[in-house]
Design a protein around this ligand. Structure first.
Ligand SMILES: [Zn+2]
Length: 243
């Protein structure tokens, strides 16, 4: 039995889930594990949005299972955005797309559109940005050649939720079941007990499953059918092999 103290987990039922107040955390790292290249709906929607909003760009999603190494392209979860170059005036398009993904929203949530779309990592011009390492900013991306160094396209990988079009950019709500709001609030604290072994040195993301049993505002935390803590990937090491 492990106990973790959380900086205020509030579960409440039947409250409006206002995306202005509740926004997804940075997407977890969920690398390609199976090969299922058909484009996922959230991937298609983001690709369509980018081509529409930034004329002159083109997009590519799927990659055959027998081509190259691990890549979310093989899972229908990655977009290559072309029509941008690190070496000419079309760089402004890339800069504009990245500014749009990273801008804070009106409530000061950093990387708001990236979070609300489920952007898992980006590669552009010899650098990689990993959502769950966002505090490290852009990191060096070892490579050679214009294409492998992503100087002629931006690579965007999406989380499973983003690819499934289940993130708040598309749904208008954060990805929790209707009637259940999960929010992290500053300045309050609580304790959760899990029948799990949690390892020190890792950050955990709480995922709640099941129905809220009863109670309304002020009723506090009620039993859930199931509650689990999932371990994102350990710190260190960059995602491998997006193309
Ligand atoms: Zn790519």
């Amino acid at each position: 039995m492990a106990v973790i103290t959380v900086a205020a987990l509030v579960l409440s039922a039947c409250l409006p889930n206002d995306p202005a107040e509740v926004i997804e955390p940075m997407a977890p790292y969920e690398p390609q594990a199976i090969c299922e290249p058909a484009p996922k709906p959230g991937t298609v929607a983001l690709a369509d949005l980018i081509r529409s909003r930034w004329p002159g760009t083109w997009t590519s999603i799927s990659r055959a299972c027998d081509v190259g190494g691990r890549s979310e392209h093989k899972d229908g979860r990655a977009i290559d955005v072309g029509g941008v170059s690190a070496f000419n005036s079309t760089r402004a398009r890339a800069d504009s797309i990245l500014r749009w993904l990273f801008a804070a929203d009106a409530d000061g949530h950093r990387f708001a559109n990236a979070r609300r779309l489920g952007v898992m990592y980006l590669v552009w011009d010899r650098q990689i940005w990993v959502a769950n390492e966002a505090d490290r900013g852009w990191q060096p991306y070892p490579c050679s050649g214009v294409t492998r160094c992503h100087q002629d396209h931006i690579h965007i990988s999406l989380s499973q939720a983003g690819a499934a079009k289940q993130t708040s950019y598309w749904t208008g709500r954060t990805g929790h079941p209707p009637g259940l709001t999960v929010a992290w609030l500053d300045g309050r604290a609580g304790t959760l007990t899990f029948p799990l072994t949690l390892q020190p040195g890792h950050r955990y993301r709480l995922t709640a499953h099941g129905a809220f049993i009863s109670g309304g505002a002020g009723a506090g935390v009620r039993p859930l059918a199931d509650a689990t803590a999932r371990r994102p990937r350990p710190t260190g090491g960059a995602p491998v092999g997006p193309g």
